[in-house]
Design a protein around this ligand. Sequence first.
Ligand code: HEM
Length: 377
Amino acid sequence: IYQAMNSIPSLLESLLRQSLILNSLTVSFPYILSAAATTTSVLDMQDILERFTFDNICKIAFDFDPEYLLPSLPLTEFAVAFEYATKMSTNRFISLFPIIWKVKRLLDIGSEKYLRIATTEVRKFAQNIVRKKKQELHEKSSVQKDDLLSRILNSSSLNETLATDMAISFILAGRGTTSAALTWFFRLVSNNSHVEEELIREIRKKSESPVYEEVKDMVYIHASLCESMRLYPIVAADTKVAASDDVLPDGTLVKKGNRVTYHPDAMGRLEKLWGVDWQEFRPERWLEKDSITGEWNFIPKDAYTYPVFQAEPRICLGKEMAFLQMKRIVAGVLRDFRVVPTLEKGREPVYISFFTSKMKGGFPVRIQKRGIDVDLE
Ligand code: HEM
């Protein structure tokens, strides 16, 4: 399993590279945005992005399209169950009196009863995918399948339970993360016209359907995404349990079994790390202008200053893929559309966190079609 895990980052990246012209990005997504641009109706951008990234991760990880991003925006029972299960599991973590949820679980009542129903629903969904995939591989053993699950099932002897757990992990890791990151990104960009102009300038230097190398090369988008995740990290706080006694660099004693939590949301707002202008959304803090060519160069921060994807040895396995996917979506959306939040002036969206963070109540926006060259003047 460990061997299979090690190959995941490059595998994910190459799978996304092959399907860079993502189906829903070329069909459903522009259709929904174009339709919204012809009316004054309000769209929940967070919901659209969640549907899109869910379809996308299922396609890449399992070669299965659940079609949650259709113009009809179908009801998503699985997504509701998944959301409920993550929320209630987080509540268990932060509960002051764990005995309460343990008793409820024992008696199968209240929130614990609903959690059981929701997790059964989630498991059933993932189990179906694994069973179908096994069947498919059995029937067409000579056919080389390119999705992640096929490769993992082919290269290791995972039992069904473990394969199902892995499928659920991938849905959890790939669904709410990039959609939440993009939600905050579009919100920040809509408030910062100079950033938006610089983004459009970069996007318009590339082709209309940028290929892998062009997407990789979009450094201003990359810096803007890093900057927006500094202010609104997707995993706001992350807890570890000490496997043995240890001493932290500042001398704090950590006993075996103690919990230690680090807080990327607090770290991203520390003056000591980011300077007096830490409150500003300023992608330029990640960039340097080449004195000869005038082009931007991206200057990464070390993972301990910016632990948004955690750090080695358990760094996010989907990091490169996530950037590639998010950059492609940003380029696709901003090239043609302007995303205009409809929150009343002065009302700030609320950042909430259940395992992964999101915008409370969704991100209501109007979509406007962008003029060809009007916006850059
Ligand atoms: C903006 C997007 C993302 C962010 C900010 C992010 C962040 C993180 C973080 C903080 C962890 C460590 C969690 C922990 O161990 O406590 C993690 C783990 C992981 N991520 Fe991501 N992630 C993102 C997108 C993705 C995507 C798209 C995938 C691919 C499907 C992915 C796959 C994984 C996997 C498999 C792990 C577990 C690694 C391990 O336990 O060794 N992530 N991610």
